[in-house]
Design a protein around this ligand. Structure first.
Ligand code: FPP
Length: 253
């Protein structure tokens, strides 16, 4: 397993190693133009491509995108179908370019709920990019943090029952091994588009110390400059991880 950077290194990061994004505002973007909500999702896919390129160029190691939440299954069936179709088609279409750009694709979430064919097509793309060593693009699909944490607790309970895990020895690092994101650094920066000030059941364990950046821009309008503004804002933050500002400044020297 990859070791995590120390707090000292993280406090002085100039480019976040891991950026997580809540891509919100597709529906409002479309409605503001008198279009169907699906038109916003179609444009949202273009932004996914653009921001993946920017993140890779900027030297970000992990980009996690909240593409479809557990709660999104409750949207009107036609919208669910459109989103599933768009996501699978886009990934298949982009896979040759992902490989060309050395981008590794990973999926986190309850993919068992996806139609079998869509899941198989997606897993094929994950497989085809598995040897890439550049940016890791993580799609949170049929994902929610409560699903992830409940699953982790079930798995831990079963390992305790079978004697593989000693409850007295459970630490933060043990819990991390049972998460869908195991082996990845926690997000340094969480971006939310669309202006809402909430975390919407996204990576609740992992964002304990993430810097949060909310922009009013709707996801289809989110541009390279907007992404670079978020990275510049991150660079100006002092991350303290519960320490005092003085402690962090002196350990940075
Ligand atoms: C939120 O907008 C967005 C989503 C629920 C889906 C985001 C998905 C994409 C952009 C497609 C992803 C594609 C790939 C290839 C990963 P909303 O519909 O909740 O907007 P609203 O808040 O304005 O209603």
């Amino acid at each position: 397993m990859e070791s995590r950077a120390s707090h000292k290194t993280e406090a002085s990061l100039s480019v976040p190693r891991h950026v997580a994004i809540i891509m919100d505002g597709n529906g409002r973007w479309a409605q503001a133009r008198g279009l169907e909500r699906s038109a916003g999702h179609v444009r949202g896919v273009d932004t996914v491509r653009l921001i993946t390129e920017c993140a890779s160029e900027a030297g970000v190691e992990y980009l996690t995108l909240y593409a479809f939440s557990t709660e999104n299954w409750n949207r009107p069936q036609a919208e669910v179908d459109t989103l599933m179709h768009l996501i699978v088609m886009a990934i298949e279409r982009e896979t040759p370019d992902l490989i060309k750009n050395n981008v590794r694709l990973k999926v986190i979430g309850d993919t068992e709920r996806m139609p079998a064919e869509a899941r198989e097509r997606l897993m094929r793309c994950v497989d085809e990019t598995s040897h890439d060593t550049g940016l890791t693009l993580v799609l949170a699909l049929s994902y929610s943090a409560r699903w992830e944490l409940t699953r982790a607790m079930r798995l831990m309970g079963s390992d305790v029952e079978s004697g593989k895990l000693d409850p007295e020895g459970i630490t933060d690092a043990t819990v991390e091994k049972y998460l869908a994101t195991t082996g990845m650094p926690d997000p340094d920066l969480l971006i939310r588009t669309g202006g809402d000030m909430r975390v919407s059941n996204f990576l609740l364990w992992q964002i304990a110390y993430s810097e949060i950046y909310v922009t009013q821009k709707y996801w289809p309008d989110f541009s390279k400059d907007d992404f670079m503004d978020a990275l510049a804002d991150f660079k100006r933050r002092q991350r303290r991880f519960g320490l005092t500002g003085e402690q962090v400044s002196s350990s940075d020297k």
